[in-house]
Design a protein around this ligand. Structure first.
Ligand code: G3P
Ligand code: CA
Length: 345
C-alpha cells in the first residue's frame, strides 16, 4: 500500500508523469498544475460511449481524447492468459455464440446461475478468433465484428506506445473480475497481473497504475505482492457506504471506487443536506475517491441534470473527488477545462 500523501504526490507531481519517455522530464515540470486542478479522468473500458468496450481501438480513442488512465477489466483464459472483458461470459460483447455454437454451458458464478460461453473454457488462440460487439443497443453498432479481444500484455504495450506518441504518461487501471471464482478454478489473476506489470516495468509504487477490485481478499493479497496503489471498489447496494470502515480499508488499499450514487443519490435535488459525507470520510482516512460510472447518454444521466452531462461532472468535482470513471472522457475533460468552477479543489 502507498499512503495517501505519497499517492497524491505520485498522481499530482512530476513523479506520475515521469518514467516512460524521453520527453517526460519536461512534462514532469509542466504537468503538475493542470493535473492537480481537476479530477483524474479514467476511461471506463475505453471510450465506451463511442467504440465497443475493451478493445485496443476504444482505449486508443480514449487516449486521443486526453484520458489520464485507461481501464481494462481483467479475466483469464483456459491457458492462463489475462484478457480484457467485463464478464467471463463472453456472448454479451463478442461473436462467440456464432463462432462456437456448441460450446454453450451453464455455470454458477458468485452464487448465480449463468448460461453462456466462458473465458475459462477457451484458449487464447480461440479467443483471438472472436470479434467485439457493442453491448448497448442505443450505442453505435457499426463497428461490430471489427476489433479483436486484447490481452492485458497487449494493452500494456499499447499504453507504452501511446505514452510515447502523446508525450505524457498514460496510466492503466486494471480491475480484477471474479478473482475468487478464478482462483477456485486454479486460475488466479493476481500472479499473472503482477508479472505483466513487472514485465512492462510498471510493478513499482510510482508507476502510473492503480489495481482495483470489488473483492477484499485479493486486494489484501495484492497488497503483499506489489507496491502499486490499490483501490477498493464498493457497490451501490451497500447502504450508501454508511457501514464501511474506511480506516480498515486504508490498511490494505490507497483509495475507494464507490458507485457515484453513494456520493450524490440519483434523486439528488441539489440540496446540500442530500449529499453524503463519503468523500470527506474517505479523505479523512487517507483514501483517494474515484467514483464510477459517468455516462452522458439520456439512458444513464439522472433527470436532475437536464440532459447536460457536464452539470453532473461539475457537481461531483465540486465535492472534491480525486478522479472518476467515465465512458466519455472527452466530455469530462471539456467540462473540467471549461465548464466547472474548480476553485477550492
Ligand atoms: O471499475 C469501476 C467500475 O468499472 C466498476 O464497475 O462493473 O463497470 O466494472 P464495472
Ligand atoms: Ca471496471
Amino acid at each position: 500500500m502507498v499512503n495517501f500523501r505519497s499517492a497524491v504526490v505520485f498522481l499530482y507531481s512530476g513523479v506520475f508523469v515521469a518514467g516512460l519517455s524521453s520527453c517526460s522530464e519536461d512534462l514532469a515540470n509542466s504537468g503538475h498544475t493542470s493535473i492537480s486542478a481537476r479530477p483524474l479522468v479514467i476511461a471506463h473500458r475505453g471510450a465506451s460511449s463511442y467504440l465497443p468496450e475493451h478493445t485496443l481501438e476504444a482505449y486508443s480513442l480514449a487516449v486521443e481524447q486526453g484520458s489520464d488512465f485507461i481501464e481494462p477489466d481483467i479475466i483469464i483464459t483456459k491457458d492462463g492468459v489475462l484478457i480484457a472483458r467485463h464478464e467471463n461470459e463472453l456472448s454479451g460483447t463478442t461473436d462467440v455464440a456464432q463462432k462456437f455454437p456448441t460450446r454453450k454451458t451453464v455455470k454458477i458464478i458468485n452464487g448465480h446461475e449463468v448460461e453462456g460461453w466462458f473465458s475459462e473454457d477457451f484458449t487464447l488462440t480461440e479467443i483471438k478468433t472472436l470479434r467485439a460487439n457493442e453491448r448497448l443497443p442505443f450505442r453505435d453498432q457499426s463497428n461490430n465484428g471489427k476489433f479483436k479481444i486484447p490481452t492485458f500484455a497487449e494493452i500494456l504495450e499499447l499504453r507504452a506506445r501511446l505514452s510515447d506518441q502523446a508525450t505524457r504518461a498514460i496510466g492503466v487501471y486494471p480491475e480484477t473480475k471474479h478473482p475468487s471464482y478464478f482462483a477456485a478454478l486454479g486460475l488466479p489473476l493476481e500472479e499473472p497481473l503482477v508479472d505483466a506489470l513487472y514485465d512492462a516495468g510498471l510493478n513499482r509504487a510510482d508507476a502510473p497504475v492503480f489495481i482495483q477490485s470489488f473483492e477484499v481478499d485479493n486486494l489484501v493479497k495484492l497488497n503483499k505482492m506489489t507496491e502499486v496503489p490499490l483501490i477498493q471498489l464498493i457497490g451501490a447496494d451497500e447502504n450508501q457506504g454508511k457501514s464501511i470502515e474506511f480506516e480498515d480499508v486504508a490498511r490494505y488499499a490507497d483509495g475507494i471506487g464507490p458507485a457515484k450514487s453513494m456520493i450524490l443519490p440519483v434523486s439528488w435535488e441539489g440540496r446540500a443536506d442530500q449529499q453524503s459525507d463519503l468523500v470527506k470520510r474517505a479523505h479523512a482516512a487517507g483514501l483517494l475517491v474515484h467514483p464510477y460510472t459517468f455516462r452522458p447518454e439520456p439512458e444513464f444521466l439522472p433527470e436532475r441534470y437536464d440532459g447536460d452531462p457536464a452539470a453532473e461532472l461539475c457537481a461531483f468535482a465540486a465535492l472534491g473527488i480525486d478522479g472518476l470513471f467515465t465512458d466519455a472522457p472527452d466530455i469530462a475533460l471539456e467540462a473540467f477545462s471549461e465548464s466547472c468552477p474548480m476553485t477550492g479543489r
